[in-house]
Design a protein around this ligand. Structure first.
Ligand code: HEM
Length: 408
């Protein structure tokens, strides 16, 4: 049976709410490089094809946008988000991409990331300590948000932001990537103006009273033999805050949901807490907190035996790649021992030049979450209907009520 756009509803958020994996399987097997007639773009579902395109920045560009809404809507999301004079490295191609990304390396060293470990333990503990046996907690607002939003604001040395601001502003930026009307888009742009003002003022304050922190280091950086403008630093702050917020939040919520659905795997983790790092990788593979990103062909390029013509868009569906049986045997099985030998990796953080710069921080946060969970709880289960977000970007929850069972 030929696959049709009506079955492959990748442009509709609710497609992702209910197990899209049966569809991905058919696509990998029957049409791994699928032309989505209605959307006017290719969809890739095989691991090797997605890896090839992600790595090949010579042939595939990010400059015309990486989010699906860019092809679905005629409004220009990018220029609204990133005003003239700003450069956002996540939508720049080499060599410019590398020049800008390089300026952030100081923030992502192993030493700096690990320095957040005590703080993350403390934040997770603060959320979990008060949960008594049998308590029902809405996990997104009671755990995922307070921890991950607090970590990301500390990471960019903006502790004076509130968790609410981090969430509102990041969610609004993410909302711009969802299926909204032009009016809604303009309203959202208005709503995030205070974020611009906040970051711009922070940079100006740092210029007057220099500090050796995230903003201070960027102020001292040079590009094209000149210091960075305030607007350029604002864009760095905004990009890291947004990219590191909802993604990790979804990773947190998915961890609880997956262990509720697979209590035997949670039991195994309780018995062998040293499996935590492998379990994190399996959660990331199985759930993929980010649905997918786009590339645009710069020249005619063969992918999986199909020529992608210059100018055509390609949608990289990470969740489909992560269930490719040629890479992950029995891919629909949630198995926290899958990554113990450390010989393979999933595509959840992308590949190639744009591979997630914050993956070590996300992994650290999720590992600590698992360690703190098994230290306190014998298990947890769904205690109500989960609510999923209406978006084509993040694969997560807006509400996830869970009942916790305490040890002892
Ligand atoms: C579970 C959590 C996370 C997931 C699933 C995730 C996923 C991704 C993916 C798939 C990309 C590649 C995009 C592309 O190729 O177009 C990416 C890029 C990026 N991520 Fe993450 N991310 C996570 C956490 C974080 C964190 C914690 C930070 C910051 C502290 C961060 C910052 C970034 C940035 C700045 C980029 C752009 C990199 C570039 O274009 O060179 N991410 N992320």
């Amino acid at each position: 049976m030929t696959l049709t756009d009506a079955q492959i509803r990748v442009t509709e958020p609710d497609f992702y709410f209910y197990d899209p994996h049966a569809t991905y399987k058919k696509m990998r097997e029957q049409a791994p490089v699928y032309w989505h007639q209605e959307g006017g773009f290719w969809i890739l579902t095989r691991f090797a094809d997605i890896e090839q395109v992600s790595k090949d920045a010579e042939s595939f560009s990010v400059a015309t946008g990486v989010i699906l809404t860019d092809v679905l809507k005629d409004h220009d999301y990018l220029s609204q988000m990133f005003p003239e004079g700003s450069e956002n490295f996540s939508v720049l191609d080499p060599p410019r991409h590398g020049q800008l990304r390089h300026l952030l390396n100081f923030a992502f060293t192993r030493k700096r990331i690990n320095s957040f470990e005590p703080r993350i333990h403390q934040l997770v503990s603060e959320c979990l300590d008060g949960i008594a046996n049998g308590d029902v907690v809405e996990v997104v607002s009671g755990l995922s948000i307070p921890v991950t939003a607090s970590v990301i604001k500390a990471f960019i040395d903006c502790d004076d932001m509130t968790v609410e601001q981090v969430v509102e502003w990041s969610d609004d930026v993410f909302r711009m990537g969802s299926d909204i009307s032009l009016d809604e888009l303009n309203e959202t742009v208005e709503r995030i103006k205070p974020m611009f003002d906040f970051f711009m003022q922070k940079v100006e304050q740092h210029r007057k009273a220099p500090q050796d922190d995230f903003i201070g280091r960027l102020i001292e950086s040079e590009l094209d033999n000149a210091k960075l403008t305030t607007m350029m630093i604002e864009v760095f702050l905004q990009t890291v805050m947004v990219a590191g917020n909802e993604t990790t939040r979804n990773g947190f919520s998915a961890s609880l949901r997956l262990f509720a659905d697979h209590p035997n795997q949670y039991e195994l983790l309780r018995k062998e807490p040293e499996l935590a790092q492998s379990a994190v990788e399996e959660i990331l593979r199985y759930h993929n907190p980010t649905i997918g990103f786009l590339r645009t062909a710069k020249k005619d390029t063969d992918v999986g035996g199909q020529v992608i013509a210059k100018g055509e868009r390609v949608y990289l569906v990470y969740g489909a790649a992560n269930r490719d049986p040629t890479v992950f045997p029995d891919p629909d099985r949630f198995d926290i021992t899958r990554f113990v030998d450390n010989t393979k990796t999933h595509l959840t953080f992308g590949r190639g030049p744009h591979i997630c710069i914050g993956m070590a921080l996300a992994r650290l946060e999720m590992r600590i979450l698992l360690q703190e969970l098994v230290a306190r709880f014998t298990g947890f289960e769904l205690a109500g209907e989960p609510v999923r977000p209406d978006t084509l970007l993040g694969n997560g929850y807006t509400a996830l009520p869970m009942r916790f069972r305490r040890t002892g």
